[in-house]
Design a protein around this ligand. Sequence first.
Ligand code: ADP
Length: 901
Amino acid sequence: MPSQAAYQPSETSSPKAPDDGRVTPMMAQYVEIKAANPDCLLFYRMGDFYELFFEDAEIASRALGIVLTKRGKHLGHDIPMCGVPVERADDYLQRLIGLGHRVAVCEQTEDPAEARKRGSKSVVRRDVVRLVTPGTITEERLLDPTRANLFLAVARRRVSDTAWAYGLAGVDISTGRFSLSETGGLGLQAEIARLDPREILLPDAILEDPDLAALWRDTRAAITPVPREGLDPASAERRIREHFGVATLDAFGAFSRAEITAAGAALLYVEKTQIGQRPVLQRPARDRAGEALAIDAATRANLELTRTLSGERAGSLLATIDRTVTPGGARLLAERLAGPLTDVAAIRERQDAVAYLARHGDLRDRIRLRLKRAPDLARATSRLGLGRGGPRDLACVRDGLACASELGSLLSIASDLPAELAAAGRVLGGLDPSLADELVCALAAELPLLKRDGGFIRAGYRPELDELRDLQQDSRRFIVALQARYASETGCRTLRIKHNHMIGYFVEVPQNAGEEFLKEPWSKTFVHRQTMAGAMRFSTLELGDLEAKIASAAERGLRLELGLFDALAQRVIDLSAAIAAAAEATAVADVTAALADLAVGLDWSRPDVTEDLAFSVRGGRHPVVEAALQREGEAFIANDVDLSGDGSGRILLITGPNMGGKSTYLRQNALIAVLAQMGSFVPAKTARVGIVDRLFSRVGAADDLARGRSTFMVEMVETAAILNQATARSLVILDEIGRGTATFDGLSIAWAAIEHLHEENRCRALFATHFHELTALADRLTRVSNATLTVTEWKGDVVFLHEVVPGAADRSYGLQVARLAGLPAPVIERARAILTELERSDRERPKRALVDDLPLFAVSARAEPREPASDPLREALDALDPDALAPREALEALYALKAKR
Ligand code: ADP
């Protein structure tokens, strides 16, 4: 983090505050602007710094670790203040936004010279030009290239006395994406988890709804309250029509009232935060919600789909499968993984495309090679649209379009393209090359970061600019040429052009030649300025022009360049819809080629996605665990599963030792379902996946103490959600449910849950458990079967074979695992003795086990050695008094004791 050392308050721009309680004009301005933005930290522009005052300064100095100082007084009190240099503001913004703050950027909106004209006391006009919030940032440095940056507006409409329809509008200002969806209250959490917004706008009524309190509390997104109920549908619709300049929304598709209201609220927020700038948003498009596989937040977290439990991308499924080579591709892959489809035809379309590029390795390699050099077209376009772009963004558009066209050519010569690639090819092939050509002609080879530095327009693009630059850089050559011309025209070989600060450029000739210049015809060209000793000086119109040109060439050149920049940026904006389509098609090509590369590289296969309730996998693997094992040089053991049912799914109950591979097995099957439905190939020899509508995955004993809920409570809340929501189409993964409470409580709950899944939900399910008692359910429930993970013992150590076979585990191997884990040997030995005793008493008195609720008591009761009726050894021992024995007697006593044994 940059240090604060360079910071120097700019005293000149800050009139010293009076001590007498009066308010300085500057402070009055500050207070007014701050009052209009109470929920933001105010970055108040002072020369080369943004300064923060009062509480903002205290918050920012703490958050950023920068020095808190004072600047003058306000109402008789010191004003706390800190500041950040403008050119490093991005770093500070990133930190503040990351911490969940919002920042209002307040700029000087006039030249300080203008302000001085109004009087020495007047303050430079300032205004907030932008609100920077987590969900509305566009700067390359503040954004993760592989992640969409959405804010989500939520609105709702009553559909019955007890139910609401929620409209969600997701806007990614950084790419222009604008998507709408609708969901009922039950699906709200999964839908938000799918969209994974950085910021959520909530009308007070929704924010304060007690039924949703947990959702807002648990979300990772920043919550931004908006007043009351939010917008009404009519004004929302008007706002959308106005923004897109259309008379009716019909052309956009059919939207529900809740969606329209949310979309209007989203646009209102864009206006509020972007102030005067209009981002190039695509027309709102309805996400095929309801068509996406519903995966709630807990399941996503548990399966580590896009980030691990600790919040990292590395180690997630996404990171493991991501072979995309462009930022747009990476974002699309994340989006597809977050929202797998449920429409068989749409899934097959994606699979066809992946299969095609898996077969055509040559085309795939060429596509990927070309894409490696492709820039982030969508984000560059967005910055240009917001007036925040620089020359390098224009270059991004140039290079992105060039790449898109070349990709279009590559695809156009391929034969028998599947629909998805053919559609991408059509978009790319249909691009009008004129903008890309123009940018190639216009932009210089080396580009500055900021347009204000100039120098980004290529020589030869505009003759006026070339001339201005020539004047600037090569003014001497002009002068020499002019001098040569004057000398030859006048025949005065000693004529010189010189410069001084008094009269600027002038022609100097010897006195006698000068006399001639005073006469016709030369007096028409040469205007006498000075007579020196032995020399005369003249000015000419040409020289005057030249001088004026040189003097203002730099300024005019820059102005011309900036004008050209704006014109080019405007052309980009005018074409933004086509550019967005090209960016999307490029991303599709990238994702498809990446998934094909993955499938070929790791020997994945195309799953058969069907409408029935099949779920059978042969030779399935867990992609993340397999990759981790591979790094260690170890092999992953592939396993099969079959949960296929007719009308109802099957339930597989898995018992087996700790570390046997139960969790891995469970998760790999859930991941195979997700991968299959996102259109990817899967890590298996063969797979048949009947469309899953909802995926649930739960692990017992997940701690959530930070949120003040006990482990068991979390487990039960999540289990309740599954039992209430799973349908026959769902896939349920339950790992060790019921362990957060006493043995029999837990066992009974697990037992009842399986019965419910079997009888009511009738879904496909995998249930891993330590309760061996549950395996008896396979005899009682028709669609429940048992499986276990094989182990073997070698020289007293347990060896996990990680192979799933039918049947129940006979033992837990808990002690062997404990030994592997390094528990001290005496503890292991003691545990072994207790276990033997427990198992013996369990065999003798099996009934007792069913009533021993608390295992701790059971252990102590059974582990206590029973009192024998009479024990000669003990009696002999008691009779001994070691202090009274001579050494020899002691030895004899020892032999006697030994004999009694
Ligand atoms: P459990 O849930 O039974 O305690 P896990 O699924 O957590 O066991 O697996 C424990 C470890 O065993 C994993 O971290 C992995 O290293 C290894 N493992 C699991 N399944 C396999 C497999 N099929 N092939 C190879 N190693 C596996």
